[in-house]
Design a protein around this ligand. Structure first.
Ligand code: SPV
Ligand code: MG
Length: 291
């Protein structure tokens, strides 16, 4: 059993509030670990955007998993993989979960929308799948996992699709009974009212996960008070990197030299530290490498 799987289980279901920070490639995964976070959200939006693609299943699932494998190799943290709607039906989900277990991913999140998915913030057309069909996908995922503690998070998109809190609760309870280890309740409202109402009414044995991107102005304490277990900071490293790249590109373009840009970027030593160049040096000596 991979200990990262158990670590993620503890984060999702343990007694205290936990946080997963977004990463979208090996390097950002390393930065998240260095910062001191305990777990990583492998964001579908961020991975596809970093490929220059839309968050609409334009990248194939094997392309996405290739990135996740680099992330898994790059860090010792547990990774919760954003797997959109599972890249197809129950059968695609089975293959997906087996592969995720093989590449050291600690958990998968699947959402109750159709394939191909649309990003919850981009479109007003969020088409939900039937509850029974999604429960079938959850069961298929749990039957397929090769690690007994692999974590399956079922994401409820009912509020995103404009349905009631009651429908979201019904879906959450059904998904939990189908075998989900935790429920991610998502909302695109700019206040947390619906999420807090949902959390108060949800049976306490269901571990809840949220992504407060649109209601970012809510103090974390309020989520803690209603018993939410995990908060995902979903796309902040992607957005931070866009802003940083824009700024440095603009300055270099304008100045036609590097003087002002130098203080805006990490020193090269930091790159070598993150990729652990030192280890390669030592290994070359140990193995009498002549190249
Ligand atoms: C992601 O990070 O890809 C997510 C979160 O699924 S959201 O973009 O808010 O849908
Ligand atoms: Mg996503």
């Amino acid at each position: 059993m991979d200990s990262r799987v158990q670590t993620l289980r503890n984060l999702l279901t343990g007694p205290r509030l936990s946080f997963l920070m977004e990463a979208h490639h090996g390097l950002s995964a390393k930065v998240v670990e260095k910062t001191g976070f305990e777990g990583i959200w492998a964001s579908g939006l961020s991975i596809s955007a970093s490929m220059g693609l839309r968050d609409a299943n334009e990248a194939s699932w094997t392309q996405v998993l290739e990135v996740m494998e680099f992330m898994s190799d790059a860090t010792s943290l547990p990774i919760l993989a954003d797997c959109d709607s599972g890249y197809g039906n129950f059968n695609n989900v089975r293959r997906l979960i087996k592969k995720l277990c093989r590449i050291g991913i600690a958990g998968a999140c699947i959402e109750d929308k159709i394939f191909p998915k649309a990003n919850s913030f981009v479109t007003s057309q969020n088409i939900l799948v039937d509850v029974d069909e999604f429960c079938g996908k959850i069961k298929a995922a749990k039957d397929a996992q090769t690690d007994p503690t692999f974590n399956l998070v079922a994401r409820v998109e009912a509020l995103i699709a404009g349905r009631s809190v009651q429908e979201a609760l019904d879906r959450a309870v059904n998904y939990f009974h189908a075998g989900a280890d935790a429920i991610l309740i998502h909302s695109k409202k700019n206040t947390a009212e619906q999420i807090l109402e949902f959390a108060k009414q949800c049976p306490p044995q269901i571990p809840l996960v949220i992504i407060p991107t649109s209601y970012y102005n809510t103090p974390t304490k309020q989520f803690e008070e209603v018993g939410i277990k995990t908060i995902i900071w979903a796309n902040y490293n992607l957005r931070a990197s866009i802003k940083a790249m824009e700024k440095v590109s603009e300055i270099i373009k304008r100045e036609r030299d590097l003087l002002k840009a130098e203080e805006m970027v990490s020193p090269l030593e930091e790159v070598f530290l993150l990729t652990n160049e030192k280890e390669l040096d030592l290994a070359k000596k140990r193995y009498n490498d002549q190249s």
